[in-house]
Ligand binder design. Structure first.
Ligand SMILES: Nc1ncnc2c1ncn2[C@@H]1O[C@H](COP(=O)(O)OP(=O)(O)OP(=O)(O)O)[C@@H](O)[C@H]1O
Length: 648
């Protein structure tokens, strides 16, 4: 075996590699300059790996001081070489890395291809098939490499059609040369200007120097110097004015493994008591880990440009965890410990500074770019609202930034706009918390508000039950859940018709005490019939078209929150609900008659209401999107009722 290792050998690609090569070489033709981005990214990774190994093992420190990538176009040989001083590969690594697809399945990659070359180009990086993009421009790719700490060099050669050859070579230096024998129609990549433009576009954000050796290029001269063609400086340390938007985008995508454009870039150098630089990105699209239970922020912390960690919870509050980017401070020690990362006052101050910056940016954008802000709120509003619950210090600013659905307007509305639309005599901001905005919108609890022309904000995110429980004020007005609005507060507003004019009272005075039973007495009888399945039964001004609804008590969480807590296994058992009835509803009037027929005795009257009271409670639950307490019993009662109705 040992002998075979030193000799030339021809091997076939994994089946997956063959397919990828085919796709990459043909489908992505118009964006083929991305091959250079991919090869440079691999070279940069290899340099990082080498630096890391050299730090941890002194024996490997040889030559690690000069990490760089050099592009060598050779017009005579029609080759472009991408050469790096990285960690290199040995024979096994060549076979494993360049002969198989290690990471994700080809089938998935092929499925995601859209036919849009620009989009598909970004997929190449996403699926870890970067190296193979070299075959978009090359008939043959040769990789010459020597692994750090090993004496033997290796050459890997392939035309990208089925297999590759691998052989030992003598090589003085550690690192890798990827030599591309360019296709007929890819001569543009021999032109130094073209190479510079591609590097500027895709790789300018890399701190690693990317050099160009023009001596063998068309018209190149022997005495020409090798020049560095990227900024070769950590992006956040460069002046804002010099950075192109697409360089920011490339950096954002690189560090966050995302493929969208950042919606906002917040880049500042902060001087004063603590010195730090922040380069923060607000994504356009939700990152995949947004709703992970750890709610961990993912900012990268650097100390004087050295990467320290991307797992530092103290750097951002959980409700800003969708931010991506870098914070670099000169005031932390390089060997900063884990404990220190948890609770140094320095980090607390940086966090406060970052939060202020982000809030300021959001406030500015909410004013200047309402459409973009609405999209931002669609994506991240549910997370930002967590701050209403847990960030007391910034609650007022967050209430100003929050947007809501409403019974009065389409799209998002702010609290300030709500307040401007409030009725003169209205004292509170009314909100309805449901399991979703749509569930809230159709809740019977809103009927009395709609009938009085009172606007209600519709909340449907899980977090809404929590922060509304604190009932914060906005602009001096309490935010009040409709379930907690007292009957007389609501009844004080006159009913209005569709045009907002006072509507004639429709209350049927004669029916009020029908059969000698008024609303309160009926509520009492229904309460007796339901026993401990309800906390209370009471008549309500909240209802117009529906016979009954569930209501929140003046204490404890909203019913929607109670249900959420119960579903997630937190919180106590769900308390028995409060049932509110609409004594003016024809059904309730009929029940008064039914009770009266049972005689004068309250117990007999309650017994007569036993079945309809159960149905009333269950249909109130259903209207809130909840299941009846005993679905089988509900179905049975409903079937009996229907039988009677249809037989008659
Ligand atoms: N210049 C290089 N030096 C050392 N190793 C390399 C070099 N180029 C490629 N490799 C190795 O080959 C592997 C495969 O490279 P490829 O570009 O196909 O995917 P990737 O780099 O793993 O994924 P991605 O492109 O998403 O970063 C790399 O992970 C790396 O281990």
């Amino acid at each position: 075996m040992a002998e075979a290792l030193d000799t030339e050998e021809t091997r076939v690609f994994d089946a997956d590699v063959g397919r990828i090569l085919d796709i990459v070489a043909h489908a992505l033709y118009s964006e083929r300059e991305v091959f250079l981005r991919e090869l440079i990214a691999n070279a940069a990774d290899a340099c990082d790996k080498r630096r890391f190994l050299a730090q941890t093992d002194e024996a490997l420190a040889e030559g690690a001081g000069d990490p760089a990538v050099t592009l060598v176009p050779d017009a005579g040989a029609r080759t472009l070489t991408v050469s790096d001083t990285g960690v290199g590969m040995n024979r096994d690594e060549l076979i494993a890395n360049l002969g198989t697809i290690a990471r994700s399945g080809t089938a998935e990659f092929a499925k995601k291809l859209s036919g849009d070359a620009a989009k598909d180009g970004s997929l190449i990086g996403q699926f870890g098939v970067g190296f193979y993009s070299a075959f978009m421009v090359a008939d043959e790719v040769v990789v010459e490499t020597r692994r750090l700490g090993e004496p033997q060099g290796w050459r890997w050669t392939s035309d990208g059609r089925g297999g590759y050859r691998i052989e030992p070579i003598a090589r003085d230096t550690v690192g890798t040369d990827v030599i591309l024998r360019l296709k007929e129609d890819a001569a543009e990549f021999l032109d130094p200007w073209r190479l510079k433009a591609v590097v500027k576009r895709w790789s300018d954000h890399l701190a690693l120097p990317i050099r160009l050796d023009p001596r063998k290029a068309e018209g190149g001269k022997e005495d020409e110097g090798v020049e560095t063609i990227n900024a070769a400086q950590a992006l956040w340390t460069r002046p804002k004015a010099e950075i192109e938007p697409e360089t920011y985008t490339a950096f954002y995508r690189d560090i966050s493994h995302a493929f969208d454009e950042p919606w906002a870039v917040i880049h500042n150098r902060n001087e004063g008591t603590i010195e730090y630089t922040n380069l923060l990105f607000i994504p356009t699209e939700r990152p995949a880990d947004l709703y992970e239970p750890e709610r961990k922020p993912r900012l990268r912390l650097h100390v004087r440009r050295m990467f320290i960690t991307d797992d530092c919870e103290a750097l951002l509050p959980g409700w800003l965890r969708f931010l991506r980017g870098v914070v670099d401070s000169a005031d932390l020690p390089l060997n900063v410990s884990r404990e220190m990362l948890q609770n140094t006052p320095l980090l607390t101050r940086i966090r406060q500074g970052l939060v202020k910056r982000v809030l300021g940016e959001l406030e500015g954008r909410a004013k200047s770019d309402a459409e973009g802000y609405a999209r931002f709120w669609d994506a991240f509003g549910a997370v930002v609202k967590e701050g209403l619950y847990e960030d007391f210090e910034n609650r007022d600013r967050l209430l100003g930034l929050a947007r809501f659905r409403s019974t009065a307007v389409d799209g998002w509305t702010s609290l300030a706009d709500y307040v401007a639309r409030m009725k003169p005599e209205q004292k509170a901001i009314y909100v309805m918390v449901g399991d979703s905005v749509e569930a809230a919108r159709v809740s019977p609890q809103l009927e009395g508000f709609k009938a009085r022309g009172l606007e209600v904000l519709l909340l449907g995110d899980p977090i809404d039950g929590f922060w509304t429980m604190i009932a914060p004020d906005f602009d001096g007005k309490p935010i009040r859940a409709v379930g907690r609005v007292a009957d007389d507060e609501l009844a004080a507003f006159p009913k209005v018709d569709a045009d907002g004019k006072a509507a004639p009272e429709t209350k049927d005075e004669a029916a009020e005490g029908e059969a000698g039973i008024d609303g309160a007495a009926l509520a009492d009888l229904i309460g007796r019939a339901l026993g401990d399945r309800v906390r209370a039964v009471r008549p309500s001004a909240r209802l117009v078209d529906s016979p009954a609804c569930l209501a929140a008590g003046s204490d404890g969480p909203d019913p929607a929150l109670e249900r959420l807590l119960a579903r997630s296994g937190r919180g106590g058992p769900v308390r028995a609900p409060i049932l509110e009835i609409n004594p003016d509803h024809a059904l309730l009037k009929a029940l008064k008659g039914l009770a009266a027929e049972a005689g004068e005795d309250a117990a007999a009257r309650a017994a007569a209401l036993a079945e309809p009271a159960e149905l009333l409670l269950d249909q109130a639950r259903l209207a809130e999107g909840e299941a009846p307490a005993d679905p089988a019993a509900f179905a049975r009662r409903l079937a009996q009722l229907m039988t009677r109705a249809y037989r008659a």
